[in-house]
Design a binder for this molecule. Sequence first.
Ligand code: URA
Length: 186
Amino acid sequence: MPTSLKILKKKYSNCKQCPELVKNRSSVVFGSKHMNACKVLIIGEAPGKKEDESEIPFVGRSGEILNGFLKEIGLTREDVFITNTILCRPPGNRNPKVLELKNCKTRLNECIKLVNPEVVITLGNFSTQYLLETKEGITKLRGKIYEKEGYKILPMLHPANLLYNGMSEKLIKQFRSDFKKVKKLI
Ligand code: URA
């Protein structure tokens, strides 16, 4: 088990476990730049094009939405650690495959241990189902608080849902109420 996020990043910097992802990626998007343990860990789905180019998670439009909700509860990107269920961009932004999720599992578990969060926000189905070990969909699970090995898990919709749904007021309200719960938990 690596002893710091920096060492963990190095360990996976040239990971070759998923041949299709390795062939298509420009970078391994390990997580936030700052490499500090944080009270809040956010786990998304997979890097997209902009993330692959910049090596930073959530820098595209979903990232802007995420930043906005963090700001509403007085947090910046420096106050949280952000990563994804898998480290590499799936070609054409397809969903991560079961084997890819499995291959990246040890790394994600190591990351959780090193960030040592009080709250883990899982964004969307992939990270939520992985952490809660369930097949239940995110619409049923979101907004509820689950306990696991010393931290709480708070599933939320993926910010991309807001984009697909024309920034629906109803969904914005759901996000606001979920982020307020984070504020209370930390
Ligand atoms: N960007 C990420 O880094 N992860 C996502 O899940 C979506 C966009």
